[in-house]
Write a protein that binds this ligand. Structure first.
Ligand code: ADP
Ligand code: MG
Length: 705
C-alpha cells in the first residue's frame, strides 16, 4: 500500500543539521560550533564533547546502535568501519551508551588495505579520519539497523591525504582566499567568503535482478563483456523523457524518500537516452556536501534497487553499442552574501567582474586541460569519452552565441560594446505564452559548457567520485585568480589594468573555446591545429598528475604535495591493471565454462538433425543445416583460438611488476585480446538457439525491466 506524506515533514529528518543542532545544543556550544565551521578552525575538546553527546542522544532516538566515520578512500567508493556506542559493561551487568568528542572528531581505523600508493608502509597501518564539520552527520537506516554516519577526511599518520575529501577541502579554502582577494581589488568590501556550488546529474541503468545474477560479467565487473545488439536499440528515441513505468516509478519514489530523509534535495528524475537508463539530479549545494551527497545517492540507488528486485548499474558502459552513463558536474562560485560570480546578467559586455572571472576560467581550463581530462579518467569512462555519445576526449569550453560574441568584440576591438539580447521564441499558439529564448543556448557535445550561470563539466564517469574533478576545477580557478591578483595589485590604474587583463586572457586563451559539434572529425583536426591535448584513454591521462606544471599548481595552494600526487598516479595505474585483469579473468571464465559448452551442445543438436534429414533423403535441408553447422563450428574454433590468446596475454600480465608499464600492457594487449574474442562470441549469439544460450541477452536485460 502506498503511503503518502508531506515532503517538508520528512526532509532532513535523519540529518544532524543546523535546525537540529540549534534545537539540541546549548546556545554557547551551538555558537562555538558555528564559528568553528565558519572560520574553518579546529573544534576545541570541550565543545566537541558536548556536540558528541547530543549527537549520540539524537542518533539513539532514531534507533542508532553504531557510529561510523564515513570516508572516501581512493577506491572511488565510500568506506566505513562501524563501532557500537556501548561502553564496557558496568558492575551491574548493564552497559552505557557513550560517544566522546574525541571519537567524534578523530578515528583511527586500521586502514592498511586502502590504496596509499606507497605513502604509507603496511607496518605503519594507521590512518586518521577527521570529522568534516561542514558536512552534517546523518543516520542511515537500513537492514543493518541504524548507523550514525560522520562524514570525514582520511589522512595518513603523517598527514598525507589518502582520500578524495582532504584535497577537496583544501582546494575550497584556496579558492575562497583567492576569490575574496580578487573581489577586494574590484571594490567589493562586503563579501566575506566564497564557495563553489555544485549540482550533480547522475545517470544509471536499472535491470531486473534475476537477469543481473545470471550474468557473471555484470556481477564481477559491472559491465557486459559479451552480448549481441538487440533488434531494437535506442534509435527510436522513445525512451528519452518517456513516461516512467510503474515498477520504475515505485523504485524512484523510494529513492526520493530515502534521500529526502537524508537531506539530499533530489529534484529531477527522468528516463535517459538508452533503454533502461535513467537520471537523478539533486539541487546544487556547497561542493563538499554535494560530493558527499553524490556518494549517498549512488549508495541509495543500489540499496533501494535491491529491495525492488532490481539491480542498479552505475558502470559507465554496461552495454556495448548502447549509450553509456556519465555524470554532469555543474559548478558555480557564490559568495556568502549571495553573489554568483558566474552570473553574466542581462548585458555581459559591461559586467567587468563577470568578464574577468570568465576569462580567468578560460585561462585555467586552457592551461590545465590535461589535468582536467585526467580528473575524469576512469577505467569505465574509457569506453565512453570520444565515442559520439559523451563528450569528446578533447577538453574545450562552450560559450554560446551571446558570450562568444562578447569575446569576439573584446579580441577584435579591445572592448565589448553590446550584448546580443534575448530573442522571443514565438510558439505560434495563441493560448501559449511566447517564451523569452534563453540567450545561453545548449550544446550537448561540449565537455565544459557554460550553461546560463554555471559551467557544466560533462566528462565525469557515472561511477566515479566527483571529488577529484571538483578539486581540480577549484584549484585551477584559484590559480588563475591568484595570477590576476598578482598583476592587478601592482597596477596604478586598476580599471585600465583589469580591462587589459581581460583582453589579454581572452586573446591568449581563445583557442580553448569551441562552440561547434564536438563529435565531428573536423573538430579533432581543428583541435590538433590549435595544439589542444587529445588524450584518448586513462593510461595516457595519468601522467598529467605528475607534470611539473601540476605539482607547482597543487603545491602553491597547499592542495596536494609532490609525494601525494605521485602516490595518486601509482594508485591509478594499479587500479587500471587490476580492473582489466578481473575483466580478462571473468571473460575467460564465462567463455570456457558457459559459452563454449553451450555452443558444443548446439552443434551436437545440429549434427544430429543433419543426419536425420540426410537419412530421410531431404538433400536441400541437409545442405542448409550443414552450412549452419559449418558456420557455427568455424566460429567455435575461432572462439577457442581467441580464448587461448586471451589466456596467454592474461597470464603474462599477472607476472609483470606494477606501475605504468603494466597498465600500458593491459590497455594494449589484454584489451585487444578481449575485443577480438568478443567478436566471435557475439556472432555466435546471433546463430545459436536462444533457449541454449547460457545467459540473458541485451534485449532481455534492456527491455524486460
Ligand atoms: P540541465 O538543463 O542541465 O538539466 P538543470 O537546471 O536541471 O540543468 O540543473 C542541473 C543541475 O545543475 C542541478 O543539479 C542543478 O541544481 C544544478 N545547478 C543549477 N544552477 C546551478 C548553479 N548556479 N551552480 C551549480 N549548480 C547549479
Ligand atoms: Mg545537464
Amino acid at each position: 500500500m502506498t503511503e503518502y506524506y508531506n515532503v517538508a515533514d520528512i526532509f532532513g529528518e535523519n540529518v544532524f543539521n543546523d535546525a537540529t543542532m540549534q534545537e539540541r545544543l546549548p546556545k554557547k556550544t551551538y555558537r562555538k560550533l558555528k564559528e568553528t565551521i565558519r572560520e574553518g578552525r579546529e573544534l576545541d575538546p570541550d565543545t566537541a564533547d558536548v556536540v558528541a553527546h547530543e549527537m549520540k542522544e539524537w542518533a539513539i532516538e532514531k534507533g542508532a546502535t553504531h557510529f561510523t566515520h564515513w570516508f572516501q578512500p581512493l577506491t572511488g567508493v565510500t568506506a566505513e568501519k562501524h563501532d557500537s556506542f556501548i561502553s564496557a559493561p558496568m558492575d551491574n551487568g548493564k552497559v552505557l551508551m557513550s560517544f566522546s568528542g574525541k571519537e567524534l572528531i578523530k578515528g583511527e581505523p586500521d586502514a592498511s588495505s586502502f590504496p596509499s600508493g606507497g605513502l604509507r608502509a603496511t607496518f605503519e597501518a594507521r590512518g586518521y579520519t577527521a570529522w568534516d564539520p561542514t558536512s552534517p552527520a546523518f543516520v542511515r537506516q537500513d537492514a543493518a539497523g541504524a548507523t550514525l554516519c560522520i562524514p570525514t577526511a582520511f589522512c595518513s599518520f603523517t598527514g598525507e591525504a589518502l582520500d578524495q575529501k582532504t584535497p577537496l577541502l583544501r582546494s575550497m579554502e584556496a579558492l575562497d582566499k583567492q576569490t575574496i582577494r580578487l573581489l577586494r581589488l574590484l571594490g567589493n568590501t562586503t563579501s566575506k567568503s566564497a564557495m563553489p556550488s555544485v549540482g550533480i546529474e547522475q545517470e544509471y541503468f536499472l535491470i531486473d535482478r534475476q537477469h543481473f545474477l545470471a550474468r557473471k560479467d555484470l556481477v564481477y565487473t559491472g559491465r557486459t563483456l559479451v552480448g549481441a545488439m538487440p533488434p531494437k536499440g535506442q534509435e527510436m528515441d522513445d525512451h528519452y523523457f518517456g513516461a516512467i513505468r510503474e515498477r520504475i516509478a515505485a523504485f524512484m519514489r523510494d529513492v526520493n524518500t530515502e534521500l529526502w530523509k537524508l537531506g539530499v534535495a533530489a529534484k529531477t528524475q527522468h528516463n535517459e537516452v538508452a533503454p533502461a537508463q535513467h537520471e537523478l539530479a539533486p539541487i546544487y549545494t556547497q561542493a563538499n556536501v554535494a560530493v558527499d551527497h553524490n556518494q549517498m545517492i549512488m549508495e541509495t540507488l543500489k540499496k533501494v534497487a535491491f529491495r525492488h528486485d532490481l539491480q542498479c548499474l552505475l558502470h559507465e558502459k554496461p552495454f556495448a553499442g548502447v549509450n553509456g552513463s556519465g555524470k554532469h558536474d555543474n559548478w558555480s562560485l557564490v559568495t556568502d552574501d549571495g553573489i554568483n560570480l558566474l552570473d553574466p546578467g542581462k548585458t555581459p559586455h559591461d559586467n567587468v567582474q563577470f568578464l574577468l572571472v570568465l576569462c580567468c576560467i578560460l585561462k585555467a581550463v586552457d592551461t590545465h586541460a590535461d589535468l582536467l581530462r585526467e580528473s575524469a579518467a576512469d577505467v569505465g569512462n574509457d569506453h565512453r569519452l570520444g565515442a559520439d555519445e559523451a563528450p569528446p576526449a578533447i577538453i574545450s569550453v562552450y560559450l554560446g552565441t551571446q558570450l562568444q560574441d562578447v569575446l569576439t568584440q573584446l579580441i577584435s576591438t579591445g572592448s565589448a560594446t553590446h550584448s546580443i539580447g534575448e530573442e522571443k521564441l514565438n510558439t505560434g499558439v495563441k493560448t501559449l505564452p511566447d517564451f523569452l529564448k534563453d540567450a545561453t543556448d545548449r550544446n550537448r557535445t561540449s565537455p565544459f559548457a557554460f550553461t546560463g550561470n554555471k559551467f557544466e563539466f560533462r566528462m565525469v564517469g557515472s561511477e566515479d567520485s566527483v571529488g577529484e574533478p571538483n578539486t581540480v576545477i577549484n584549484t585551477i580557478v584559484a590559480e588563475a585568480f591568484s595570477d590576476a591578483c598578482d598583476e592587478l595589485e601592482k597596477a596604478d590604474n586598476i580599471e585600465l589594468a583589469v580591462h587589459d587583463l581581460i583582453k589579454r586572457y581572452a586573446r591568449d586563451h581563445e583557442r580553448i573555446v569551441f562552440n561547434g559539434n564536438g563529435y565531428s572529425s573536423e573538430w579533432v583536426e581543428e583541435a590538433e591545429r590549435r595544439g589542444l591535448p587529445h588524450i584518448k584513454n586513462m593510461v595516457d591521462a595519468i601522467p598529467a598528475l605528475t607534470h611539473e606544471k601540476t605539482v607547482a599548481l597543487f603545491e602553491r595552494f597547499g592542495v596536494l604535495t609532490r609525494a601525494e600526487l605521485a602516490s595518486r598516479a601509482e594508485i591509478e595505474y594499479e587500479i587500471y591493471a587490476k580492473k582489466l585483469n578481473i575483466e580478462a579473468k571473468t571473460m575467460i571464465d564465462i567463455t570456457r565454462k558457459q559459452i563454449v559448452p553451450a555452443v558444443i551442445r548446439y552443434t551436437t543438436v545440429l549434427a544430429e538433425s543433419v543426419n536425420q534429414v540426410k537419412a530421410a533423403s531431404k538433400e536441400a535441408d541437409a545442405s542448409t543445416q550443414s552450412q549452419m553447422l559449418f558456420e557455427v563450428s568455424d566460429l567455435l574454433a575461432q572462439t577457442r583460438l581467441g580464448l587461448s590468446k586471451l589466456e596467454q596475454v592474461e597470464s603474462e600480465g599477472v607476472k609483470m611488476a606494477g606501475g605504468r608499464e603494466r597498465a600500458v600492457y593491459y590497455r594494449d594487449e589484454v584489451r585487444s585480446a578481449m575485443n577480438a574474442l568478443r567478436v566471435h562470441i557475439d556472432k555466435l549469439e546471433m546463430l545459436v538457439d536462444k533457449e541454449m544460450w547460457p545467459m540473458p541477452s541485451y534485449g532481455d536485460m534492456l527491455f524486460e525491466v
